[in-house]
Design a protein around this ligand. Structure first.
Ligand SMILES: C[S@@+](CC[C@H](N)C(=O)[O-])C[C@H]1O[C@@H](n2cnc3c(N)ncnc32)[C@H](O)[C@@H]1O
Length: 378
């Protein structure tokens, strides 16, 4: 059994606070008694804070964050809730997103390319044990297990109970050996090590990208592989063309520059993490690091791929006016210049309307440029 230790999650106003005492204590391999001795308090206090029975006061919070040598913001996992994408590092967000995940995964990979990676590039010819960080409803398991030698196992970890239950249902009647664990990645302490630690579309949403990679490396056997499939938002943004409109990506880049830089500064969520992962794996001591790119280019027309494209880009055609207002608030909150806000909003509306009325003579090209980075643990 994997043990899950819940740090406190406190919400108030527009902030979410996740006091990370247990996480840091374990990182430094300390018991509650040892930490209590260092701080001159009783171990019962630590126990109460870690289980959410009581909260440390501000003086003690400062002492704790100093002790673990992290900023107070980081120690309490402070993140703004009100700027659009911030909630994506939040356990409840994805639980409501099963439809979104299923729709967007339909057109994410060319099956032949995925098979090429598994069979030719990674060359998984012996049975292996895989752990998938932020597995969602088990999409990667569905793609991997049919390609792997018999006897391979797939363990999925996700903080969303809804998605974990869906994954369990999906695999319930299959012959594959699977295990789904509802757990926060930052707190996951595997009892065994795996041949492969993999993740897809999770690090971009994380406020602590390095921590996820550390966990992945920590749960991989010597000689095993760490594989991250991750977006680079700049590449994704440039890779979009709609034949019903002028090709004008620059206005979005100016707008997104503000949003993304704010997100990274305020939360740690990194818009360009996809392109940085090889270097991050290198810093973590992996060897034989390589990177590839998912070769899927979605060509959408009236019959094909439009829904998955619109879901992926979060272009809401059903409630256009209310989604426009939300986008606008988000841009203004993030100090985007008003001319750029106007230009972006008119582009957004026209774009969604054209896609809604797409005919057989129109076409959209969408290249997401998902980067697949991998390396071996020594
Ligand atoms: C964009 S989805 C990707 C899901 C899956 N990898 C896929 O490609 O279909 C991100 C997933 O990460 C999970 N997640 C986000 N933060 C997490 C955390 N701190 N611990 C565990 N899971 C987390 C979410 O619940 C969600 O299922």
């Amino acid at each position: 059994m994997n043990t899950v230790n819940k740090d406190m999650l406190v919400t108030g106003g527009d902030e979410m606070i996740n006091i990370r005492i247990a996480e840091y204590r374990k990182k430094y391999k300390m018991t509650q008694v040892e930490l209590a001795q260092q701080l001159g308090i009783s171990f019962q206090s630590i126990s109460k804070w870690e289980t959410g029975v009581a909260y440390p006061d501000i003086v003690m919070l400062t002492k704790l964050s100093d002790f673990f040598n992290v900023s107070l913001d980081e120690f309490v996992g402070r993140m703004k809730k009100n700027s659009g994408d911030a909630g994506k590092d939040n356990p409840t967000f994805w639980g409501k997103k099963l439809d979104y995940l299923q729709e967007t995964r339909k057109d994410l990979w060319n099956d032949d390319y995925f098979e090429f990676l598994v069979m030719k590039v990674w060359n998984f010819v012996e049975p292996i044990d895989i752990v998938d960080y932020g597995c969602g409803y088990g999409y990667l398991g569905l793609k991997l297990l049919p390609l792997l030698p018999e006897g391979s196992t797939y363990t999925g970890i996700d903080s969303s109970l809804e998605l974990i239950e869906e994954a369990r249902n999906i695999f319930n009647n299959s012959s594959f050996e699977t295990n789904f664990i509802k757990c926060d990645i930052y707190e996951f302490e595997p009892e065994s090590v795996y041949d492969v630690a993999i993740c897809q579309a999770i690090i971009r949403h994380s406020n602590y990208p390095e921590k996820i990679l550390e966990k992945m490396v920590g749960s991989t056997k010597t000689g095993g592989k760490v594989i991250c499939i991750e977006i680079d938002r700049l590449t994704e943004e440039i890779g979009y063309f709609n034949s019903m409109m002028d090709y004008e990506p620059f206005v979005h880049l100016r707008v997104y520059e503000k949003l993304w830089k704010n997100e990274t500064k305020n939360m740690g969520r990194d818009y360009s993490v996809g392109i940085k992962i090889p270097s991050m794996l290198n810093k973590l001591g992996l060897v034989n690091i390589e990177a590839r790119v998912n070769d899927k280019v979605l060509i959408s027309n009236e019959k094909n791929g439009i829904n998955s494209l619109m879901e992926t880009r979060e272009w809401n055609k059903k409630e256009l006016e209310s989604s426009v207002s939300k986008v606008k608030i988000r841009l203004v909150e993030n100090d985007v210049d008003s001319d750029d806000v106007d230009a972006y909003i008119s582009w957004y509306k026209e774009n969604v309307k054209t896609l809604e009325n797409i005919t057989h003579t129109d076409m959209v090209t969408f290249f997401r440029g998902l980067i697949i980075s991998y390396g071996d643990k020594t």
